[in-house]
Design a protein around this ligand. Structure first.
Ligand code: 3PG
Length: 216
């Protein structure tokens, strides 16, 4: 299996939005990836929330080389090994455990660990992590929390995820310590299951255009 590893600073520079995907049917993964790429996003987070997730990661890695395919909802060391074997380019976790963070370092496998508190950020920084997923972003304090974290944690960079939508994502991306955001609104499961890939391209292109206009 050809596997290109992608480390958090590179992943987070690829796109202002990482689509958070729960895929019910791996057979739809390739069309979904092409729909996102057509709209302007080539990085995907396939979450381990469905039985088909690993199969989808393998299919995408083998068939859509222009996509950068990561695995989300990586909860433990076993999950990490499974996504490495499936060919993922990186992993994202909703929280941080010492075992998971150490194992990713041992494997030299890119991991974006989830944090919601100062203690979790400190723990990650101690182990050498500087890039984090803030999860669940809105209930963990959203923009207010990220502004507060920028004081004590000047080297930390975030991908807030959880409760972010087309209505508020630009506000997050204005913050200096936010490099990208994650969201499921870009690729909703009902549209994927219904084969409405044009609609997914439209949602993606609309968000990317909003971002470009805001940064013109
Ligand atoms: C995640 O797993 O990252 C979140 O559940 C995605 O959150 P959202 O559905 O609010 O975008």
């Amino acid at each position: 299996m050809s596997q290109t590893l992608m480390y958090p600073p590179e992943i987070m520079a690829l796109s202002p939005i990482i689509p958070v995907i729960a895929i019910d049917d791996a057979a739809r993964a390739i069309d979904l990836a092409h729909a996102l790429i057509a709209g302007g996003i080539k990085v995907l987070e396939i979450t381990l929330r469905t039985p088909d997730a690993l199969k989808a990661i393998s299919l995408l890695t083998e068939n859509v080389p222009e996509a950068v395919v990561g695995a989300g909802t990586v909860l433990n060391v076993n999950d990490l090994h499974r996504v490495v074997d499936a060919g993922a380019s990186f992993a994202i976790s909703p929280g941080s455990t010492e075992m998971l963070l150490l194992e990713a370092l041992k494997l030299n496998f890119p991991l974006l660990p989830g944090v919601a508190t100062g203690s979790e950020i400190m723990h990650g920084l101690e182990l050498g992590y500087t890039h984090f997923k803030l999860f669940p972003a809105m209930s963990a304090g959203g923009i207010t929390a990220l502004k507060s974290f920028s004081g004590p944690f000047q080297s930390a960079r975030f991908c807030p995820t959880g409760g972010i939508s087309e209505d508020n994502f630009l506000d997050f991306l204005k913050l200096d310590n936010v490099l990208c955001i994650g969201g499921s609104w870009i690729a909703p499961g009902d549209l994927t299951n219904a084969g409405k890939f044009d609609e997914i391209t439209r949602l993606t292109a609309s968000a990317i255009e909003l971002y470009k206009n805001a940064n013109a």
